[in-house]
Design a protein around this ligand. Structure first.
Ligand SMILES: Cc1cc2nc3c(=O)[nH]c(=O)nc-3n(C[C@H](O)[C@H](O)[C@H](O)COP(=O)(O)O)c2cc1C
Length: 176
């Protein structure tokens, strides 16, 4: 088929001291052995690099979101709302984290938002509850076989949808 898929991994938080980069970096490491995939790690806190062209070039998205007050962070909404056609007819999967909820309430709200943008959201989600307990002294996530397995399962589904939708977009450009 048409070469590796470009997966944009989007960090959902921007606050000083955030754990978003640790969680997103862990997920990117899980994806590296996947021959079919190249990862573009997008950090909204890095304002020097324009995001739009990178979203446009992506075949799929992984949104790495914490839960803030039973929802997702405002800077993530800002990124989502700043673009439109860049998202369309592509799949998005979620890695979420938080306290007791593991970020799952944030994800359920994101599904509603992405539906409006013609994005197909993937059922399989990787969730980390009590996220602080997953971070080692080096600031990286502690390896966990079950979590890595969940990431691989999610990625397999995401790749399936990314290939299917890429083929469909090429055969017949998506009209919103
Ligand atoms: C403003 C704020 C609100 C939060 N609200 C929730 C919440 O509703 N449910 C939850 O499980 N965790 C909540 N948390 C815990 C965060 O999910 C956790 O601190 C996480 O590390 C935040 O992501 P970040 O470090 O990338 O900013 C909240 C944290 C902050 C800063």
């Amino acid at each position: 088929m048409s070469g590796p898929l470009r997966v944009a991994v989007i960090i959902g938080s921007t606050r000083p001291g955030r754990l978003g980069p640790a969680v997103a970096g862990w997920f990117a490491d899980q994806a590296v052995p996947h021959d079919d995939v190249t990862i573009d790690l997008i950090d909204p806190a890095d304002v020097a690099v324009p995001i739009g062209p990178r979203l446009e070039a992506a075949d799929a998205f992984v949104v790495v979101t914490p839960e803030y007050n039973h929802s997702f962070p405002a800077p993530l909404k800002q990124v989502i709302d700043s673009f439109s056609v860049e998202w369309r007819a592509k799949p998005a999967a979620f890695v979420c984290y938080g306290g007791i909820s593991g970020g799952l309430r944030a994800v359920e709200q994101l599904r509603q938002v992405f539906a409006e943008l013609h994005v197909v959201t993937i059922r399989d989600t990787v969730s980390l509850h009590g996220v602080w307990s997953h971070v080692g002294p080096d600031g990286r996530l502690i390896e966990d076989a079950a979590r890595s397995g969940a990431a691989r399962a999610m990625l397999t589904r995401l790749v399936w949808w990314a290939r299917a939708l890429k083929t469909a977009r090429q055969a017949n450009p998506y009209a919103a």
